[in-house]
Design a protein around this ligand. Structure first.
Ligand code: ATP
Length: 319
């Protein structure tokens, strides 16, 4: 049997009347990058906090690298690194001083590990500057460095790209990929489908504490709906009339201007060609959402939930 870095089964957590996590099962294989995806309030952070033992589940069992709190106490955290929400540092100390302080608390580290870790998070050239002058992205990367000093086998990151600018997002995604390539298991939460699609092997999509989807990114793609396109022309009325010849498409007026066209891409292309042939000029054509973004909203948004033609996969391992 493949070994599991995280084996969480039937986990439930209530805060008074709020059921933040409702009977979820998440299994993360060693060596993979696993995403827990969901909109704000879906229960992602609550789940990650339970992995770290910061709060205890009301029901279910959580095994992390083979250990549980009930059997192993604080030893459950051996081999686990990461941070919930944002990492905290002393702003008036340099990055290096902050990390050296942590190493001191931990009783030291193998020679060369600090430099190796700084290299990995691409902070070597900034580490002797004060943390107070760091960008948010640099602090996040320093947080990952601090976690790596414990040489974890499992790294847990709560929305690592949240609040970063586009360059920071790119750097953080590249870092997670490098960490995965080095054999580390990474479990991260996110509310960004693009991010999870780019860096994760498997995903659990949470909706109000429950699992709305569980499986591979490839399996998720097969359920994605047709993409929507926003179309603007010099004569939207005539373009809308032409849609009658293309019954495989849904063409409606956009909320502000233009037309929203939904359907298989080849049929959208044929419709656009017909518009041009009718001597109507195209002003703009763009995708409203990627198919996976559209699926994410369908899975997690009550208003759209009914439109999904297949029921959500049950919780549980698909592998
Ligand atoms: N300590 C707490 N006390 C009371 N309610 C809480 C507590 N922590 C979380 N909740 C509630 O539990 C639900 C899930 O919250 P959680 O923070 O886990 O969601 P999330 O998916 O991580 O969202 P976000 O992306 O906003 O962090 C929310 O309704 C939240 O208000």
């Amino acid at each position: 049997m493949e070994s599991l870095a995280v084996d969480a089964v039937g986990v439930t957590k209530n805060f008074g009347p709020v059921r933040a996590v409702d009977d979820i099962t998440v299994r993360v294989a060693e060596g993979e990058v696993y995403g827990v995806l969901g909109p704000n309030g879906a229960g992602k952070t609550t789940f990650l906090r339970m992995l770290f033992g910061l709060i205890r589940p009301d029901a279910g069992t959580i095994r992390v690298l083979g250990r549980t709190w009930d059997e192993d106490g604080v030893a459950v955290l051996d081999g686990v690194g990461g941070f919930i929400e944002s990492p905290r540092f002393y702003p008036y100390l340099t990055g290096r001083q902050n990390l050296e302080g942590l190493l001191l608390l931990d009783g030291g580290a193998p020679a060369g590990l600090l430099d190796e870790v700084l290299d990995l998070v691409e902070m070597s050239d900034r580490v002797d500057q004060k943390v107070g002058g760091y960008s948010y992205g640099m602090r996040q990367r320093l947080g990952v460095a601090a976690s790596l000093l414990r040489e974890p086998r499992l790294l847990v990151l709560d929305e690592p790209a949240n609040g970063l600018d586009p360059a920071g997002i790119r750097d953080m995604r590249a870092l997670v990929k490098r960490l995965a390539a080095s054999g580390l298991t990474v479990l991260l939460s996110s509310h960004d489908m693009d991010e999870v699609e780019e860096i994760c092997d498997n995903v659990t999509i949470m909706k109000r504490g429950t699992v709305a989807f569980h499986g591979t990114i490839a399996a998720l793609r097969t359920r994605a709906p047709d993409p929507g396109h926003l179309l603007a022309t010099t004569d939207d009325d005539r373009a809308l009339g032409l849609a009658r010849e293309h019954p495989g498409l849904r063409v409606v007026r956009g909320a502000a201007t233009g037309l929203v066209v939904t359907g298989p891409t080849p049929q959208v292309s044929a419709y656009v060609a017909a518009i041009v042939q009718a001597r109507i000029d195209l002003l703009a054509l763009s995708q409203t959402q990627t198919p996976l973004e559209a699926l994410f909203f369908m899975l997690t948004d009550d208003a759209h939930h009914q439109t999904l033609d297949r029921p959500a996969a049950p919780a549980g391992a698909v592998r």
